[in-house]
Design a protein around this ligand. Structure first.
Ligand code: FE
Length: 279
C-alpha cells in the first residue's frame, strides 16, 4: 500500500541553486540556511527513506506559458529534464519519475473531483529543482523517484488556500489506495514573504512568516481562510506561493509531529524548511 511518510514545507529561492552547486555551505551569508537544511536531508535519507518525492510546486512561466495555464497539473513521465531558465542547466541528473503512481493519482484525483491537467511533456524549473537536491541525495543518481504536481500561482485567478488544503487530503486518500508498497514524502514548496516588483520591492515580513510556520503545524484551517489579497498585502505579492504548503499539510494527519523547523531571512525573502510526520 502507498503511505505518506513525511511532509515538508520549503522555500524555493532561485539563488540557492547556484550557491548549492558551488558548495557555498560555509560562507557566512549561506551557512545559516544550509546548516538548517542538512539535518532534514540526513533524516530523509537515513530514517524516512521515501521511494517517491511528490513535489507540489509552481512553474514560473518557464515550461507553462501564459497561453495555457492549468490550475492543477500532474506530470506522468518516467524521467524529467530540467528547464533552462536562461542561466544554463545545473549539474544535476535527470530526475526519475514514478509514472505508474502518477497515472494512478491522476485517475483517483479526477474521480475525487480534482480535475488535474495530465502532462506528458514537461521540464522542471527552479520551483522544483531548488528544493530537490536540498532534501534528497543525488550521487549522481537520485535516491527517489518523483511525481511533480504543479499549482498555478502565476496567472489570476489562482486556486484558494482552502482548495489547496483539500487537494492535499485527496492526495492522501489516493496514495493510501495505491496497491503497491510505496513510501511517499510530500513536499510543498513556495516562497515565503517576498515581493519582487513595484514600490514594495524587497518587502519581507518575518513576523508573518513565523506565524505561518506556527499555524501550518497547529491550525492549517486558519491559514486556508486567508484571502490572496490579505496574504499578498501582508507578506508581499509573491508570498501567495505559500498556498502550496497547504497541499502538503492537507496530506498529513490533522495533528502532526514536527521534526524540523528553521527560518532565515537575510535579505529580500524569508527562507524556511519545516518537516512533519503523522502524529
Ligand atoms: Fe517561486
Amino acid at each position: 500500500m502507498g503511505k505518506i511518510v513525511a511532509g515538508i514545507g520549503i522555500s524555493h529561492v532561485p539563488s540557492i541553486g547556484p550557491a548549492y552547486d558551488k558548495k557555498r555551505f560555509n560562507e557566512p551569508d549561506w551557512k545559516p540556511l544550509f546548516d538548517g537544511l542538512a539535518p532534514v536531508k540526513k533524516w530523509l535519507a537515513e530514517e524516512v527513506r521515501p521511494d517517491v518525492a511528490l513535489v507540489v510546486y509552481n512553474d514560473h512561466g518557464c515550461d507553462f506559458g501564459l497561453d495555457r495555464v492549468p490550475t492543477f497539473a500532474i506530470g506522468t513521465l518516467d524521467e524529467y529534464e530540467q528547464a533552462d531558465e536562461g542561466f544554463g542547466l545545473r549539474p544535476l541528473a535527470n530526475v526519475p519519475g514514478d509514472d505508474k503512481l502518477s497515472w494512478f493519482l491522476s485517475q483517483q484525483l479526477v474521480y475525487n473531483d480534482f480535475d488535474m491537467t495530465i502532462v506528458q511533456e514537461m521540464k522542471l524549473d527552479h520551483g522544483f529543482m531548488v528544493p530537490m537536491p536540498l532534501l534528497f541525495t543525488h550521487d549522481p543518481a537520485w535516491s527517489v523517484k518523483t511525481v511533480p504536481l504543479v499549482v498555478n500561482v502565476i496567472q489570476h485567478p489562482i486556486p484558494t488556500g482552502r482548495r489547496c488544503l483539500h487537494l492535499g487530503r485527496a492526495i492522501r486518500k489516493a496514495v493510501e489506495a495505491y496497491p503497491h508498497d510505496t513510501r511517499v514524502a510530500i513536499i510543498g514548496t513556495g516562497g515565503m514573504s517576498h515581493q519582487l516588483h513595484g514600490e514594495r520591492f524587497g518587502h519581507l515580513n518575518s513576523e508573518f512568516d513565523n506565524y505561518w510556520l506556527d499555524k501550518i503545524e497547529s491550525d492549517p484551517e486558519e491559514l486556508a481562510q486567508i484571502s490572496h489579497t490579505e496574504l499578498m498585502s501582508k507578506a508581499g505579492a509573491e508570498a501567495v506561493e505559500l498556498i502550496m504548503w497547504l497541499t502538503m499539510r492537507g496530506a498529513m494527519t490533522e495533528k502532526v509531529r514536527r521534526v524540523h523547523r528553521t527560518y532565515y531571512a537575510p535579505m529580500t525573502t524569508g527562507m524556511a524548511v519545516i518537516s512533519f510526520v503523522d502524529a
